[in-house]
Design a protein around this ligand. Sequence first.
Ligand code: HEM
Length: 217
Amino acid sequence: MLALTSPYLWYTTRVTGMVTLVLFTLVIILGTLVANRVGGKKIGRFELNELHRSITMVAMAFLVIHILTTLLDSYVATGWLSPILPFLSHYRRVGVALGAVAFDLMIAVWVSSLLKVRVKNQSWRFIHWFSWLAFASAVIHAYMTGTDAKDDVGLALVAACTLGVLVSALWRFFARPARAAGRTALSPLAAATASGEASAATQRADAAARRSDVWRR
Ligand code: HEM
C-alpha cells in the first residue's frame, strides 16, 4: 500500500485541530447567548444567531481538513473508518475514538439544524443538546491525542476553551429565561418536571418562533 507521510500533514492536523476547538468554543458561547435571549440594539439576537451559524460552517470546514490530513498521513495508522466508528484506530485508540464520538455528535447537531424546518422542534432541541457532549469528548480527545495540547500555549488554549464552555453551561442553566424554563426537561439529564400544559404552551411559542425564523431566512 502507498505510504504517505510528511511533517506538513502533521502540522496541518495539529493547527486545524486547535482552530476547530477554538471555533467550536465560540459557536457554543454564541449559541448560549442566543438561547438565553441576549441581544442589544446594535447586535441583536438575529445577528448573534447568524454569527453562530456562520462560524459553525467554518468550524466544520476546519474539522474536515483535520480529519483528511489525519487519514492521509500514514504515520498515524487510524484507518479510513476511524473518524466515524470509534475504536477502529490502531493509533491512540481511545483518544481517536473520542474524536470520532465528537465528530458523530457534531454531524447529528449540524444535519438536524440544516433540516430544521423538517425536524420536530422537540427533536431538534434534544439533538442540539448533544453539542455539550461533543465538546467534552473533543477536549478529552485533544488532550489524549494531541502533541501541543499537553503543554505551554496549547494547554493554555485548551484550558481557556474548556473554561469558556463551562461558564457558558453554568450561565445557560442558572440564567435561562423563564419562558424557556420548561424546555430544560428535554435535556436527558433534567427531571421531566414540566407539566403537559406548560410544554404545550412552549411548543406553540416554539412553532411561532420557528415560523418567524424561516420567514427571516
Ligand atoms: C470535533 C471533533 C474534533 C476536534 C474538535 C478535534 C480537535 C483536536 C485537537 C485540538 C487536537 C490537538 C492538537 C495538538 O495538540 O497537536 C487534536 C489532535 C488530533 N486529532 Fe482531532 N479533533 C476532532 C476529531 C478528530 C477525529 C475524528 C480524528 C480522526 C480521525 C482526529 C484525529 C486527531 C489526531 C491524529 C490528532 C493528533 C495530532 C498530533 O499528533 O498532535 N481528530 N484534535
